[in-house]
Design a protein around this ligand. Structure first.
Ligand code: UD1
Ligand code: CA
Length: 453
């Protein structure tokens, strides 16, 4: 029979060491607030409800964590009296009586569902408290897991630890799971008789044991349970997240020539057989089909790129860029809110914004859609199989018909019908022999200047 579970995410700490105008819970890892990573992970690990304990910027943190399909309740912890006190802010949820309760921290975003599942498996075996521990050569600052003959008997906070206890390198990640049927019985028995006068969640181990319960440890990798207290740690979390995700994508069939230079976002989707060259940055909302090549130094966000397309080098795809099969957006091109048809080519130095480019159309070098008049934005429609000559300006709203041809250097302000040729530039004149006259005049000016010195 499957066990019911409540996940509590502690996110009331404000994180003064971030030196920020916003709570640390809202700082991004891979383009998403760190607390939202935790809510996402716990909700995917098969819990029935998620209780989010918030403090400063509570409404914003709750909004950032409101993920689709997640039953999330926010509880406010008005005073910060310690981690046990924070858990008890969700008393109402705890009182509903779940089999399992998982406690996670909003500032520990890399924990995996797999580790949480191992902790719950231990509860199912009959443990009442299961602490997620890790080994580190630098335990300073962490609570120590004290064991006797391999059995956990207490967690000692650094400030309350003896010199001997401080030598212990088995540390408390802070994350744990406990028997939901006895949760309030244990939590209500925790006092604040310690160095910080706080209600320590870590005391739950001794409380549970004193009430005849069983306590144990499941181990996690130190990287996985790294917390965030300052921006140096934030960058470390980012590094670990990126390394993990790049590897997952490579194992799923994506080639990265220099993976350490590719920056992914939490929701980046890349299909098999894609090649991502060095120095590519993905913002949010990118979905890439199979066998796409992203050349070096491209910046891509809010874009959908279908199979067989090629992007870059030095391309910028902004929100609303959609590339259909085998489209090409080449060097120094920017596409924003543009639908680029199958096989269409925008190869060099162009800006295509608020536009539709039909199938197989060829957009010449330096083509610009003039989509903004300083107040309003307008659309440009470019038909299938059309050809826009180099260095053309298409002044929106305007349309270029299917199979139409626009002469290079045109400034197009009126619609071009299907199959028509449009040329909108100064007509060329030829003046025979005038080059020689011009040269003579220039030489005369030069001589006169020398003489006057
Ligand atoms: C805690 C653990 C320590 C562990 C460490 C791992 C306790 C007493 N200590 O210490 O054993 O090694 O985490 O990082 O639990 N929070 C609230 N409200 C509060 C207090 C904390 O929501 O009143 C939240 C914080 O936002 C944070 C988490 O709980 O997400 C941990 O709090 P923090 O003060 O950082 O605990 P540590 O002192 O690091
Ligand atoms: Ca901490």
């Amino acid at each position: 029979m499957s066990r019911s579970a409540l996940a509590i995410v502690l996110a009331a700490g404000d994180g003064t060491r971030m030196k920020s105008s916003k709570t640390k819970m809202l700082h991004d890892v891979a383009g998403r607030p760190m607390a939202a990573h935790v809510v996402d992970t716990v909700s995917r690990s098969g819990v029935d409800a998620v209780a989010l304990v918030v403090g400063r910027d509570g409404d914003k943190v709750a909004a950032a964590c409101a993920l689709p399909g997640v039953a999330l309740e926010a509880f406010e912890q008005t005073e910060r009296l310690g981690t046990a006190h924070a858990v008890l802010a969700a008393r109402e949820a705890l009182a509903r009586g779940y089999d399992d309760v998982i406690v996670t921290y909003g500032d520990t975003p890399l924990v995996t569902g797999e580790t949480l599942a191992r902790a719950r498996a231990a509860l199912a075996e009959g443990y009442d408290v299961v602490v997620i521990g890790f080994e580190t050569a630098e335990p300073a600052g962490y609570g120590r897991l004290l064991t006797r003959d391999g059995a956990l008997y207490a967690i000692r906070e650094e400030k309350d630890a003896s010199a001997e206890e401080r030598k212990v390198t088995l540390c408390n990640s802070g994350l744990m799971a406990f028997n939901g049927r006895r949760a309030l019985e244990f939590l209500d028995a925790i006092g604040n008789d310690n160095a910080k006068r706080e209600f320590y969640l870590t005391d739950i181990v001794e409380v549970a044991l004193s009430k005849g319960g069983r306590a144990g440890v499941v181990m996690a990798d130190a990287d996985e349970v790294l917390g965030c207290n300052n921006r140096a740690e934030l960058s470390e979390l980012e590094r670990i997240w990126q390394t993990r995700r790049r590897r997952a994508l490579m194992l799923d069939g994506v080639t990265m020539i220099a993976p350490e230079t590719v920056f992914l976002c939490h929701d980046t989707v890349i299909g098999a057989d894609c090649v991502i060259e060095p120095n590519v940055v993905f913002g949010p909302g990118v979905e890439i089909g199979e066998s796409v090549v992203i050349h070096a130094f491209s910046h891509i966000e809010g874009a959908r790129i279908a199979a067989g397309s090629t992007v870059g080098p030095f391309a910028r795809l902004r929100p609303g860029a959609v590339l259909h099969e085998n489209a090409k957006v080449g060097n120094f091109c920017e596409v924003k809110n543009g639908d680029i048809g199958p096989g269409a080519k925008i190869n060099h130095l162009s800006y295509i914004g608020d536009a539709t480019v039909g199938a197989r159309a060829n957009i010449g070098a330096g083509t610009i859609t003039c989509n903004y008049d300083g107040v309003n934005k307008f659309r440009t429609e470019i038909g299938a199989d059309s050809f826009v000559g180099s260095n053309s300006s298409l002044v929106a709203p305007v349309s270029i018909g299917a199979q139409a041809y626009v002469g290079s250097g045109s400034v197009i302000t009126r619609d071009v019908p299907d199959n028509a040729l449009a040329i909108a530039r100064g007509r060329q004149e030829i003046k025979e022999g005038r080059a020689e006259l011009l040269r003579a005049r220039s030489l005369a000016i030069k001589a006169a200047r020398k003489g006057s010195k």
